[in-house]
Design a protein around this ligand. Structure first.
Ligand code: PLP
Length: 388
């Protein structure tokens, strides 16, 4: 059987660094205790694993106080906490057509319930948001701007710092969905003007599934309601939710094996340097871009300036549905991409790809190689020739 070539890194990263597997295994076999709840050695060890992971994620975001990082179940969970938590008191929200359903659906739920009003700003031809459109959408009631840092369909990197500045000027909160950028693009939350940043732990951070993070800028936690209340291992004598971070938002036992793996993934990134990961991603993307341009019948969506992208491409090939193309790539070449709408229906409507069943997405990560990129280009070339 051919070796598996995995180009679905935007869904979840694979393979993980060896240290991630080891950290999960070590926790499961030798620690096996709740974090923050017991005084015996293994319980304290579990607590140390969680706090070390928190510090590593904080370093990736260039923040001093690791307590501002809350662990969650995935990117969706982080976004739900931020959206429902901030909007529990209502208000006007600005978002964009580039968003994932993990933003669109919570907002629609709140909108249908009459709790918020939502403005959805359009995109330019290459899928980029114009900050001026966001400025124009602002009202005196605007409480939150929520935007994806990079589209999971086109890979377009949005002008987050400019939007962050606008939010600050208007006194609105800025929630950045960094699902496709954290671990992939160097990040500085201060520079981006971010109040809240939501990200999965299992994509660019290279941790296991079932992990996510939410960053809250100092003071913002007071504007976010806790969605789940319960045991935190702290202030157990009181029957109301503690206000201190991260406990306010971390009720119940944490996914310690997952977080141990996430910490190892974050450490791998810190050691390698996210700027090197970015360079590698751009090198792979550059090669893929050039090779796709040589194949007749392929349309690639999103910005042509590769610096404005993360390393993923969405494409269509004339004469074949994206679903079928993905199936042929998998069955004949063992190349795994993902076809469909990628949980971003408004983006596909914008691109005109909704009716055709979306696009084929090939997403690359730090473990992919130039050789694998050559292989997918050759496979697509083969398929395109057979279609002619
Ligand atoms: C832009 C974007 N936001 C949010 C998410 C949700 O992340 P998760 O799958 O960890 O819930 C994804 C995942 O594909 C994404 O691409």
């Amino acid at each position: 059987m051919r070796e598996r070539i995995y180009f679905d890194q935007a869904a979840t990263s694979w393979p993980k660094p060896e240290a991630v597997y080891q950290a999960v295994d070590r926790y499961q076999r030798t620690v096996g205790a709740s974090a923050g709840r017991g005084a015996y050695a293994e319980a304290q060890q579990a607590e140390r694993l969680v706090e070390a992971a928190r510090r590593s994620v904080a370093r990736l975001l260039k923040i001093e106080d690791a307590r501002r990082i809350v662990f969650t179940l995935n990117g969706t969970d982080s976004l739900n906490l931020a959206l429902h938590g901030v909007l529990s008191t209502g208000g006007h929200v600005i978002t964009t057509l580039a968003e994932h359903n993990s933003v669109l659906r919570p907002l629609k739920t709140l909108e249908v319930a009459g709790r918020v009003t939502v403005s959805r700003v359009g995109l330019g031809p290459s899928g980029l948001v114009d900050p001026e459109d966001i400025r124009r959408a602002m009202t005196g009631e605007t409480r939150l701007i929520v935007m994806t840092h990079a589209s999971n369909v086109t890979g377009a990197l949005q002008p987050a710092a400019e939007v962050g500045r606008l939010a600050r000027q208007a006194g609105a909160l800025f929630l950045l969905d960094a699902a496709q950028t954290l671990g992939e693009v160097p990040m500085d939350v201060e520079q981006l003007g971010v109040d809240l940043l939501a990200a999965p732990g299992h994509k660019g951070l290279l941790g296991p599934l079932g992990t996510g993070v939410l960053y809250l800028r100092p003071g913002v936690e007071q504007q976010v309601a806790s969605l789940r209340q319960g045991g935190t291992g702290s202030r157990s004598d009181q029957d109301w939710q503690p206000e201190l971070l991260p406990d306010k938002f971390e009720s119940g036992n944490l996914n310690v094996p997952g977080i141990a793996g996430l910490g190892a993934g974050a450490d791998w990134l810190l050691e390698r340097g996210v700027d090197l990961v970015r360079q590698h991603g751009l090198a792979l993307l550059g090669r893929l871009w050039a090779r796709l341009g040589e194949i007749g019948g392929i349309t690639v969506f999103g910005p042509t300036d590769l610096q404005q992208r993360v390393p993923l491409v969405s494409l269509t090939l004339a004469g074949i549905d994206p679903q079928e193309l993905a199936a042929v790539l998998d069955s004949s070449y063992r190349i795994q991409g993902r076809a469909g709408l990628h949980c971003a229906p408004l983006m596909h409507r914008h691109l005109g790809t909704l009716q055709r069943g979306g696009t084929l997405r090939l997403s690359l990560g730090p473990m992919n190689t130039l050789e694998q990129v050559e292989q997918v280009a050759e496979a697509l070339d083969d398929i395109a020739r057979q279609l002619r």
